[in-house]
Design a protein around this ligand. Structure first.
Ligand SMILES: Cc1ncc(COP(=O)(O)O)c(C=O)c1O
Length: 347
């Protein structure tokens, strides 16, 4: 049997618990809970011909359209197979074995995953006890040798975020590092540093179509940075990692602006309902800028998750990283009421 690399031997296996979710109320993965825009489905029906499927993906037209949508130049955007591939390509472009990568804890698991896989020396900065962004501690952790800093804003699973201006000192403190600001939940927070790529050669911003756009199955995302950086990212990426169906779907998705606006409106109203409902039950919830809420169920975190699952409502236990914490995705107001009703009956 061949010997795997040391970095792989040291890693725990990661297996996302994503089987058998189809018929439940899925409030466990921060997805869109009603499905993508009809415009996406209609576009796929009309453009997915045998001919279209027989040709290797072509990206030029889609790049023009999406660059315009995001307000960047065509050479400042890289299409990726979800944000996960954006993280992987960034790490593969900038991180050698033993290089220093700074992460926050707890945060999105794939930062650690790809950094570990690359053999990086990972340094983790804990979120504050109230789960607010630990800006000062993060600045203290940055050293001249830091090669990458990966930040989700707002952060998953905490739901908390940082304002755009507060990201400036991080960029200034780490001129030799690739700083990724992962804006997977941007549409819910309204906070972005995307226009700032023009001023910061070390800034990378990612967006996903897995959340508000309801296209998690498509695996489509975008990574933005200055053109010189994007050239290098291209070199480190498989040439056809984003498939034609995802590209067609993404183009249709961004054209339906009303769909996104309406879904965000609905989710923000539902978030309010869940926050109020949790308060009525005297359950502590953390302020969220995203489409999910982290709340404290204490020693009952796992039983609460299991009991809700038995009742057809899926939520995520996060007590392995924040004691007693459970994360619930916010969808529609009706789904919020259903979640609260089930929670009340078991609380
Ligand atoms: C912060 C953050 N980034 C990225 C992702 C995943 O994005 P994608 O589906 O585009 O790989 C998630 C999903 O939960 C997330 O929470």
């Amino acid at each position: 049997m061949p010997e795997p690399r040391a970095a792989v031997r040291k890693m725990d296996a990661y297996s996302p618990p994503t089987e058998g979710r189809r018929d439940a109320l899925r409030l466990d993965f921060n997805e869109n809970t009603v499905g993508c825009s009809n415009a996406v489905i209609e576009c796929l029906k009309s453009t997915l011909t045998a001919d279209a499927l027989s040709i290797y993906p072509e990206y030029a037209e889609a790049k023009r359209e999406l660059a315009e949508f995001f307000g960047v130049a065509e050479d400042e955007i890289l299409f990726t197979n979800g944000t996960d591939e954006a993280i992987q390509v960034l790490i593969n472009t900038y991180i050698d074995d033993g290089d220093e990568v700074v992460l926050l804890r707890p945060s999105y698991a794939m930062y650690r995953f790809y950094a570990q896989l690359a053999g990086a020396a990972i340094s983790e900065v804990d979120f504050s006890a109230d789960l607010s962004f630990p800006l000062e501690r993060l600045l203290d952790a940055i050293r001249p040798s830091t090669r990458a800093i990966l930040i989700a804003n707002p952060n998953n699973p905490t739901g908390t975020g940082i304002d755009a201006a507060s990201i400036e000192p991080i960029l200034e403190r780490a001129p030799n590092a690739a700083v990724l600001i992962d804006e997977a939940y941007f549409e819910f927070s309204g906070v972005t540093v995307l226009p700032r790529i023009a001023y910061h050669p070390n800034l990378f911003v990612s967006r996903t179509f897995s959340k508000v756009y309801g296209m998690a199955a498509m695996r489509f995302g975008c990574l933005f940075s200055q053109a010189g950086n994007v050239n290098f990212l291209h070199k480190a990426q498989s040439p056809y990692s984003v498939n034609t169906v995802a590209v067609l779907a993404a183009r249709a998705a961004v054209r339906d602006r009303d769909y996104v606006r309406d879904y965000v409106c609905e989710a923000l109203a539902a978030r309010e309902i869940i926050c109020n409902g949790l308060r009525d039950l005297a359950i502590r919830a953390y302020p969220s800028q995203a489409n999910f809420i982290l709340f404290k169920a204490g020693h009952r975190a796992i039983p609460v998750r299991d009991e809700l699952r038995r009742r057809g409502v899926l939520v995520r236990d996060r007590s392995y990283e924040i004691p007693g914490a459970v994360r619930v995705t916010v969808g529609t107001r009706a789904q919020a009421h259903r979640f609260l009703e089930e929670l009340r009956s078991i609380w």
